[in-house]
Design a binder for this molecule. Sequence first.
Ligand SMILES: NC(=O)c1ccc[n+]([C@@H]2O[C@H](COP(=O)([O-])OP(=O)(O)OC[C@H]3O[C@@H](n4cnc5c(N)ncnc54)[C@H](OP(=O)(O)O)[C@@H]3O)[C@@H](O)[C@H]2O)c1
Length: 321
Amino acid sequence: MGAVGLGCMPMNWAYTGSRRRGEESLRAVHTALDRGCSLLDTADMYGPFTNELLLGRVLKERRADAFVSTKVGLLVGEQHIVANGRPGYVRRACDASLRRLQTDRIDLYQLHRPDPEVPIEETWGAMAELVSAGKVRALGLCAVGARATRRDGRDGLHAGTIRQLERIQQVFPVSAVMAELSVWSPEALAALLPWCAARGVGFLAAMPLGNGFLSGTLTPGQGFEPDDVRARHPRFTAEMMAANQPVVAGLRRVAARHGADVTPAQVALAWVLSRGRTVIPVPGTKHERWAAENAAAAHLSLTDADLAEIAGLPPARGSWD
Ligand SMILES: NC(=O)c1ccc[n+]([C@@H]2O[C@H](COP(=O)([O-])OP(=O)(O)OC[C@H]3O[C@@H](n4cnc5c(N)ncnc54)[C@H](OP(=O)(O)O)[C@@H]3O)[C@@H](O)[C@H]2O)c1
């Protein structure tokens, strides 16, 4: 599998311009695959459904080049996003994802969010049956979001997620965990990534570019469409974007030391890669140019001085808590 993956979510979900870029998104997927970014991360919820349909158009022709990761367990309702972890639903959702993706097997099937109404072992057991049935190769848990990360009483960061992982490991092996990890959101380094590394569980770094901020291409005060996740994100107010500019400035300084064509986005991805051999950054984009740029980050090696400079950057301002 390539060192860097491709997050497909921004192609038609949660980001400005997401509903207008179908053809360019297809080119971005091809570009990523051409450059060895074989991990394509999607979810039935993205769109909803249209993200998988889009990928299906590529997979129909290039299945052998791709490692397909999709997710189950969240439904887009009229008012809210709701969890459904009932075994019957999981089985139907998997068949529907396979049809949309135009494939007969999903490489990594992730539980998007545990359903509070269903014991996680029941949901995970149904997912394990899909492995036995040959519809899925491996299982993962997605633990993205403030609730998953937040300090859980006195237990520490990601403590609730780790408890869930301990429970489902008793039912069927966890092959990968997806959680936020980036220069400005390093919380997973405290306990979740060490838990994964100690057990040989892969770690998929979601939002490795800080929802685009760490690329340095966003301007404080710029607007976002109402359904863009950043329109409500505390770090994306004009004030916080301005306050967090020193983080981007630090990435720029490091990039400049590696050459005029190296970008802050590539430094941000190389930093994620430097966190361990089992860590795969999964940057999201719908742009061909950025898919190529992100793929090239796999060849950027940060020096000890670079890593020390990044470690010394001020912590990000603005949080969900
Ligand atoms: N956000 C979540 O809640 C979440 C949850 C679970 C899983 N994931 C998975 O993790 C993946 C990554 O997270 P994410 O996409 O939310 O955040 P991200 O990768 O940190 O940032 C995506 C944003 O960065 C921009 N971008 C990408 N490469 C760039 C470059 N080289 N230069 C400048 N801008 C660049 C994208 O722009 P364009 O879109 O305009 O190309 C997009 O706005 C998702 O795609 C999804 O597969 C995300």
